[in-house]
Ligand binder design. Structure first.
Ligand SMILES: [Zn+2]
Length: 248
């Protein structure tokens, strides 16, 4: 549609060829580097890749089980950890990195910030960064807000600390699941190449996540998918401020 509009404009300008080149370059840049906070569809889809992400840990009970499964399956994932939990379980935070996974910032205390001031979000995010760095020596790259909800000012506060914001494209809804089958069904419904799948390793229903996870990995492996950490690519964002989130 936008291409047609540009063509019509180009005809008037008698410079259609140049305009086509500019439009193609623009499209490629937007696809690979993102634009205006939108997830660049298929930007991470090469080679049927999937991106498993785990929020709210580390937890003493479930994070070791998730890590065991990922190790057995030889796949890597991204853990969006909570600052206070890193302080409580430093050994688990270190293990996540030691076993080749990525760590993201999921706030210091997991308060919902949809109505908080920019300063509050800035301070909390910085505190989480410091906690994670203190424990692991590693500065998290991506930020994922508690609940997945952010106002525009909060997006700016987080970005001013150097964090791209990374939500998800598929919600397993494991935080409210009563069976592993529910989680498997939710994942299968939305997953396609390049999907960023949201799980939790730090809530009570994570026990169902743990039982569903090997089945989900085997199912997609059998279809030729690979599982990867979220790549640290400048400009890559997935954020829809305010009202998007239904995770935890
Ligand atoms: Zn959370």
């Amino acid at each position: 549609m936008w291409m047609n509009k540009l063509y019509r404009l180009g005809s008037k300008l008698k410079n259609r060829r140049l305009l086509h080149s500019v439009a193609v370059i623009w499209f490629v840049l937007m696809t690979y580097f993102g634009c205006a906070g939108a997830w660049p569809r298929n930007a991470l889809a090469a080679g049927k890749a999937l991106y498993l992400t785990f929020d709210d840990g580390p937890s003493e009970r479930y994070t070791p089980l998730v890590l065991n499964i990922l190790r057995q399956q030889h796949v890597h994932a991204t853990f969006f950890v909570v600052g206070t939990r890193c302080e409580h379980y430093p050994g688990l935070a270190k293990r996540i990195l030691r076993e080749g996974h990525e760590i993201g910032n999921h706030s210091y205390s997991h308060h919902y910030f949809a109505n908080a001031s920019r300063q509050t979000v800035f301070a909390d995010t910085l505190r989480a960064d410091r906690a994670i760095i203190h424990v692991t020596g590693h500065k998290p790259y991506y930020y994922r807000p508690p609940g997945g909800i952010m106002a525009v000012g909060e997006v700016q506060a987080v970005r001013s600390l150097g964090h791209p914001i990374m939500l998800w494209t598929v919600d397993s809804l494991d935080w409210r699941a009563a069976t592993e089958q529910e989680i498997i069904k939710n994942v299968r419904r939305g997953t396609q190449p390049g999907a960023i799948i949201l799980f939790h390793d730090g809530v009570s229903s994570s026990r169902y996540t743990v039982s569903a996870l090997p089945k989900i990995i085997r199912y997609y492996k059998a279809q030729g998918y690979q599982f990867r950490r979220l790549p640290q690519r400048p400009g890559l964002n997935n954020v829809t401020p305010v009202g998007f989130g239904n995770g935890r």
